[in-house]
Design a protein around this ligand. Sequence first.
Ligand code: URA
Ligand code: ZN
Length: 381
Amino acid sequence: MASKLLVVDVHTHLYLPRYASLLRERTTLPKIITRTRDDGRKDERLVILKDEPSGGRPIGPSYVERDEKLTFMKKHGIDISIVSTANPWLDFLQPKEAHQLSLQLNDDLEEYCSTGPTVTGTSMKQLYGFGLLPIVSGISTESLLEAVRQISASSHLKGLIMGTRGVGKGLDDEALDPIWAAISEAGLAVFLHPHYGISKESWGAKNNGHVLPLALGFPMETTIATTRLILSGVFDRFPSLRLLLAHSGGALPQLSSRLASCIDHDPIVASRLKHDARFYLGKLYLDAVCYGPEELGFVSDVIARSNRYETGSKNVASGGRSSGSGRMLFGTDHPFFPPLSSSERWKSVVENLDAIENVQGWTEADKNGVKGGNAISLFNL
Ligand code: URA
Ligand code: ZN
């Protein structure tokens, strides 16, 4: 590892040219549309969310071009990015097309990373990636395993990004057990990312733009999917599975003791799990994309506490705030959340970096770990 402290962005997206072309060809969601503005200029918009407010979001070269990603990284002092295809991945395709496209996009991403620059003075690349599985309804287990093998054999792909639908019944579906087994065995990390949010009825009739689906819907989707995974015993069956949660795990840290209590009081689930629900939070990795030092500190406390629940005993001392920070990793969510008016550095990025700097009780080592050291270890960069 280089002696310079490296900043690693684990939550940063792209649409590879092949994928963007597909979205441009489509007439139904998800799609990229071209709008002609009042002044006659044309701009492209990304329409991917069901009930997408206000005709989608502007999409520009930062979603596709590698040079734009590198320029963004330089501007914000990011040395390495682990890039992932943005939502909704291959979810909308039929199995045959999803299978074929996953293999092509994984090859494209490997090339995007391997032909990119290296970090000065090191043998590390500036770009690594999370591959894609063709995880859609009706896909064969063998097709999923083929993509796991491909990702595992691609030296610049360090894991895979996955949504919450699974093969139609969510991630707690036992049909996925061979996939969790293969992913664990290959030592790949799974980046769990939302797309669907929660039903639009929750948002009422006021026009609040994208705020409610993105601020609340996305993290609740991750919260529910991860809770279902815990309840299904996936972490008991696959203890070495490495799951990285988007947006700092949503509301799961805040709700984990309530979850444990509800399990304790429910005859259907009480005896199903080997551990108290809070133990499983310590098995997770979480990005540090929550924009505030208090939230980061709270999440790291909850993660650190999990070792108290290893054996069901509640008397073992907590691991302390620092040990929780070891499972948290800096991210930006680029190219989403660009500044509304032109600015040198993006507020969304500066806030997440400042949040890490300002967590009460985190040592310099904790902060450096979250900014990059933890990612270097987790992904063996
Ligand atoms: N909006 C999205 O659709 N995806 C993200 O990752 C962030 C914002
Ligand atoms: Zn994201």
